[in-house]
Design a protein. Structure first.
Length: 126
């Protein structure tokens, strides 16, 4: 078997609407709502499904807590430009720009937290 790419991931959140507002406002993701009421965030060819932490569904991670994710997104714009724009909008950058090792090489990254405390990294490959 050879895995080609990640289709989606699930983030447990304390408040779905607050998370939607954050990811749409700061990261420009598109929100989709299914007929069954599920909410997902879309970017590129991937999506993030948002589930309420502790969601009562049998098929989920064994530990399902808000604020336990650590996500890195590769962006097209220079990290320094995005950092300035995010800070202008009132977002607190907690680290960066700093050099990090990504999946396919070195990158420059900035870090901040979403409303649940998940660590969000935005990066450019060098």
């Amino acid at each position: 078997m050879q895995i080609s790419h990640l289709d989606h991931l699930v983030i447990p959140v304390s408040d779905i609407e607050q998370s939607v507002e954050f990811y749409v406002k700061y990261l420009g993701m598109a929100v989709k709502r299914s007929e069954s009421g599920r909410v997902s965030l879309h970017f590129g060819e991937q999506k993030i499904n948002l589930h309420t932490a502790g969601w009562d569904f049998w098929l989920k991670a064994k530990i399902h807590l808000a604020g336990t994710a650590d996500l890195c997104f590769i962006i097209e714009e220079p990290v320094s430009d995005v950092q300035s724009a995010l800070e202008t909008q009132g977002l607190n950058i907690i680290e960066g720009p700093v050099r990090r090792e990504g999946a396919v090489g070195d990158m420059t990254s900035i870090y901040f937290r979403d409303p649940d405390g998940n660590l969000i990294e935005l990066a450019n490959y060098i």
